[in-house]
Design a protein around this ligand. Structure first.
Ligand code: SF4
Length: 364
């Protein structure tokens, strides 16, 4: 696979999606079968994946099943929860203890690990030794927004590979440059993004949004540039993506990326969302059989627009979305190709939050 390729599969069944994207990436041909492979989920807090905060253990379980099937047997899961939270508790609450027992893969608490300083040019970053000693690192972040950096996905997830003292330092000096430097020092071999459920605005979850997709690739900078658009941001709005590109971690040129969608989003799920998301939908959306992947993008777009100076009050009308609008004409504004019969509509199946925002800002 071309290093600039980004593979996307829609749905909410990891047992189908994980082998699909891993086959497409060709990961079994990229790893040394005798090497130790570290799997780094996002277990920033002790919460389950349906909160939008943590990596779904079913995704990691299917990743392990795939790797073991291809005779990669030296596997470990490693993590260090955020400051003030206990990694072992995060492993337990998020379902990783049973995962570890089922597959015989050890859980490493990096809070207990030794630390080594690694030079990146004239700067240094402190990284946990067990992460540095790996032969391969598979990064399995969650696609979610972040109250300080706007996005947390591949690049920021490696912050769980550093000691707590270094986490404190990052917050003192500003998160963006250290995150980029860390990714220069610690190479990722594969990024497998859990885009099933992420959070609307915070890394600790609590406002979950179903996005129903997995995203895979080998370039973490490019993956984050792509992920930014899914949450309604330009890559240029996320400083650490820019800095990582400048440092040569990998390419941040999304225009050269090949996005390979392996299937179409067809999952229509009932809306089970907490208060804030439900209020946005009630006020601004006419939903009729919308795929979660499509509705999730629209929810992120509405949240980003709501934070703009003009807010959502400038919108003229509710937005139509869903397969129920297929082959129907109407005078309103539609989101996604299903609403092509409306007077104005955002093309895409599904459109990204960024595309929705640009359309609404220009046309509505
Ligand atoms: S455009 Fe239609 S089919 Fe495509 S994701 Fe949206 S609702 Fe689903």
């Amino acid at each position: 696979m071309d290093p600039s390729a980004i593979v996307v599969a829609y749905g909410n069944h990891p047992q189908e999606l994980v082998p699909l994207v891993l086959d497409a990436v060709g990961i079994a041909d990229r790893l040394d079968p005798n090497g130790t492979i570290g799997i780094k989920p996002n277990l920033v807090v002790a919460k389950s994946a349906d909160s939008g905060a943590t990596t779904d253990p079913r995704v990691v379980g299917e990743l392990i099943r795939y790797l073991q099937h291809h005779r990669f047997n030296k596997l470990v899961i490693l993590e260090s929860a955020w400051l003030g939270d206990c990694t072992k508790e995060a492993y337990r609450v998020a379902g990783y203890e049973s995962l570890s027992r089922e597959f015989g893969v050890p859980l490493i608490d990096l809070k207990e690990d030794a630390v080594r300083r690694v030079a990146v040019g004239k700067e240094t970053v402190a990284i946990c030794e067990r992460a540095l000693e790996l032969d391969h690192l598979i990064n399995v972040p969650v696609l979610k927004a972040h109250c300080q950096t706007r996005l947390t996905c591949a690049l920021k997830n490696l912050k769980g590979c550093i000691p707590d003292a270094e986490k404190r330092r990052y917050h003192t000096v500003g998160l963006h440059r250290p995150i980029a430097l860390l990714n220069k020092a610690l190479k990722t071999d594969l990024v497998l993004v859990d885009g099933l459920i992420g959070d609307l605005s915070h890394e600790e979850g609590g406002t979950p949004v179903e996005m129903n997709r997995l995203i895979a690739g080998t370039d973490p900078v490019l993956i984050d540039a792509y992920a930014a658009g899914l949450l309604g941001y330009q890559p240029s709005e996320i400083d650490y993506i820019q800095i990582a590109g400048q440092l040569g971690v990998d390419s941040d040129d999304l225009s050269s990326a090949q996005v390979l969608e392996l299937n179409q989003p067809t999952v229509a799920t009932p809306l089970v969302v907490p208060g804030r998301v439900q209020r946005l939908i009630d006020r601004w959306v006419d939903e009729n059989g919308a795929c979660s992947a499509c509705l999730g993008g629209l929810i992120h777009a509405l949240e980003r627009l709501d934070s703009q100076p003009m807010g959502l009050g400038a919108l003229e009308t509710k937005l139509a979305i869903g397969q129920g609008y297929l082959n129907r004409s109407g005078s309103g504004v539609g989101i996604g190709t299903c609403t092509a019969g409306m007077t104005r509509f955002v093309d895409g199946c599904p459109p990204t939050a960024r595309e929705i925002i640009e359309f609404l800002n220009e046309r509505c």
